[in-house]
Design a binder for this molecule. Structure first.
Ligand code: N01
Length: 540
């Protein structure tokens, strides 16, 4: 059927994406009595956790708080099996949520939204999918994820490669058997660092192509202790409160002391304790690790010493020692046996900053100094973060202006929730919100609740159109920039936080670094002031 002739399906709201964000958005819209549909490209719910099935994929946040807080029944009934949940377990959890709240009947799977165009006369949006369907809704809500647009490097010759190649974010559902294979992995970010030790155990030989060495903290994963799980369940109210009042959406506080305020041996003891406990909490060892270079140097040096201690071959150890950015200015990975993997005889580390990859040939990878024959190549090369998934849809707002055009010099947004010129479009965890600097479910719940409260407010007052003003957007953009520069984060000049990993992408610090609690408070104040910085209009 030609797309123009496809019937127009009309709802109060269309949500794009059925991951953590889209599922909860649907649940909230229903509770408002709105008609809503979720359009999802995959064949199941889960978003990130539907697509990222690479070996070793698991969450770096701990299971008991990387979860929804909106339903006490849900958090009481669900049992996590490990300290850090593996991808299949998170997917099982999200499948359970979909069933428990009967979400599937309003989710249309296997449809990718290709176009969303504002009909300003009606203050509503018209969407098209790659299956030729047409949808119309007053509210267009993106729940497309921050890290869902794979970044596959443009390396000459990839199409000539005789073996199989994969990007970690679009992993085959049936899995990949690396037994007896010579495997190459490009990339040593959080994903590569999770995948490398697992692939090494299976492959005949693993070659890791590393451009930038990374700090990584041991995860110290293990089975969930039943007594701890009981304690968590009894204390969820306080845990969730701590998450909401935190900087990063985690339930632990940051030690209020500056790193240099304690004697050297005491500081070493604190780092050692944090290293032994493992996980992202290492970052919270002192208050100023992300604001003082001198303080950060002490943590960075501690980790460098650990790498040198762990990796037996001194030449390999030196290649693995991070040097070009302070600790945690790129998202710090956590690992299970990552540095230890380089002690294996069947693992080779190649420094592609020193000897860049020149081409991919039929038989493998050629760098400027050697050739590496391979049967399989894995790109753990990350994402076109935050803006990529939104710009993949042809979004056109007032006067037919495209989002791509509006963001040609980098994203502009008010609170990371709305873009001026795109009324009635909400972006869950959009650029300019804390998103990727936090535990994602915490940020997602706050955004979903703010958006659904806003829609409820409009409905109760007969308002049909909401749009961020240009002034509010400009002021917020300046604040996002200033918040980033109050930290060391912009020092990681190759970071995806800055868009630096994608050739040609404007260099703009993408997430809001002012802290989750501060941000949530600001959002609440704006709503309480009648949506300050937005223009709300009644039906004409
Ligand atoms: O991607 P990345 P990721 N040639 O961009 C290298 C989240 N996450 O998928 O640093 C050679 O961090 C690139 O090198 P460089 C988490 O927020 C969460 O690992 O640009 N190398 C880098 O080493 C994380 O931060 C979990 O020099 C190339 C790597 O590829 C985010 O996802 C688990 C290259 C990419 O690292 C992204 O992590 C995993 C090229 N042409 C991930 N291009 C959780 O637990 C890129 N690289 C929830």
């Amino acid at each position: 059927m030609p797309p123009e002739d496809a019937p127009l399906r009309t709802f109060d709201a269309v949500v794009v994406g059925a991951g953590f964000a889209g599922m909860y958005m649907l649940h909230r819209l229903r509770s408002l009595g709105c008609s809503a549909v979720v359009l999802e490209a995959g064949d199941g719910v889960g978003g990130t956790w539907y697509w990222n099935r690479y070996p070793g994929a698991r969450c770096d946040s701990e299971s008991y708080y990387y979860s929804y807080s909106f339903s006490d029944e849900l958090q009481q009934e669900w049992e996590w099996s490990e300290r850090y949940p593996r991808q299949p377990e998170i997917l099982r959890y999200l499948d359970h949520v979909a069933d428990r709240f009967d979400l599937r009947r309003d989710i249309r799977f296997g449809r990718r939204v290709t176009e969303a165009v504002l009909d300003d006369g009606d203050a509503c949006w018209r969407l098209r999918t790659d299956t030729g369907e047409r949808y119309s809704a007053r509210f267009f809500i993106t729940a497309v994820g921050c890290l869902s647009s794979a970044n596959i490097p443009q390396i000459p010759g990839l199409e000539t490669f005789g073996g199989r190649w994969f990007h970690t974010a679009t992993w085959p559902h049936e899995g990949v058997d690396f037994t007896g294979q010579r495997v190459g992995v490009v990339g040593t970010g959080s994903t590569g660092i999770q995948a490398i030790p697992v692939i090494a155990q299976q492959a005949k030989h693993l070659t890791v192509f590393q451009r930038t060495p990374n700090y990584s903290i041991p995860a110290r994963n293990g089975p969930m202790d039943p007594a701890f799980q009981r304690e968590v369940k009894a204390g969820y109210a306080a845990i969730r409160r701590a998450q909401r009042e935190s900087t990063n959406g985690h339930p632990f506080g940051i030690d209020p002391r500056p790193a240099l305020s304690v004697p050297d041996d005491e500081r070493e003891r604190i780092y050692e304790e944090a290293w032994q406990r493992g996980g992202l909490r290492f970052r919270a060892a002192f208050a100023d690790l992300l604001t003082s270079k001198e303080a950060n140097d002490t943590a960075s040096e501690f980790i460098r010493a650990k790498i040198r201690e762990t990796v037996r071959d001194p030449g390999t150890a030196e290649k693995l020692v991070p040097y070009d950015h302070p600790f945690a200015t790129k998202r710090p990975p956590i690992d299970t046996g990552y540095f230890e993997t380089y002690n294996r005889d069947d693992v080779t580390l190649v420094d592609v900053r020193k000897s860049p990859i020149v081409e991919i040939t039929a038989s493998g990878v050629r760098t400027s100094s050697a050739s590496y024959p391979l049967d399989c190549l894995v790109f753990a090369t990350g994402f076109d973060a935050l803006t990529g998934p939104l710009l993949a849809v042809d979004i056109r707002g007032e006067g037919g202006r495209s989002l791509r055009d509006a963001w040609s010099e980098g994203p502009r947004s008010y609170l990371g929730l709305q873009v001026s010129g795109f009324p009635n479009m909400f972006t869950i965890t959009g650029p300019g919100s804390p998103s990727v600097l936090t535990n994602m479910p915490t940020s997602i719940e706050q955004h979903v609740e703010w958006i659904s409260d806003c829609i409820g407010y409009m409905r109760d007052r007969g308002l049909v159109r909401i749009e961020a003003t240009e002034d509010a957007e400009r002021a917020w953009g300046a604040h996002v920039e200033e918040a980033a520069h109050r930290t060391l984060l912009p020092m990681a000049s190759t970071s995806w936080y800055l868009g630096a990993n994608v050739p040609g992408k404007p260099r703009v610090f993408l997430p809001y670094a002012g802290g989750f609690a501060t941000y949530a408070r600001r959002c609440a104040e704006i709503a309480a002031a009648g949506y300050d910085g937005f223009v709300l209009t009644p039906d004409r």
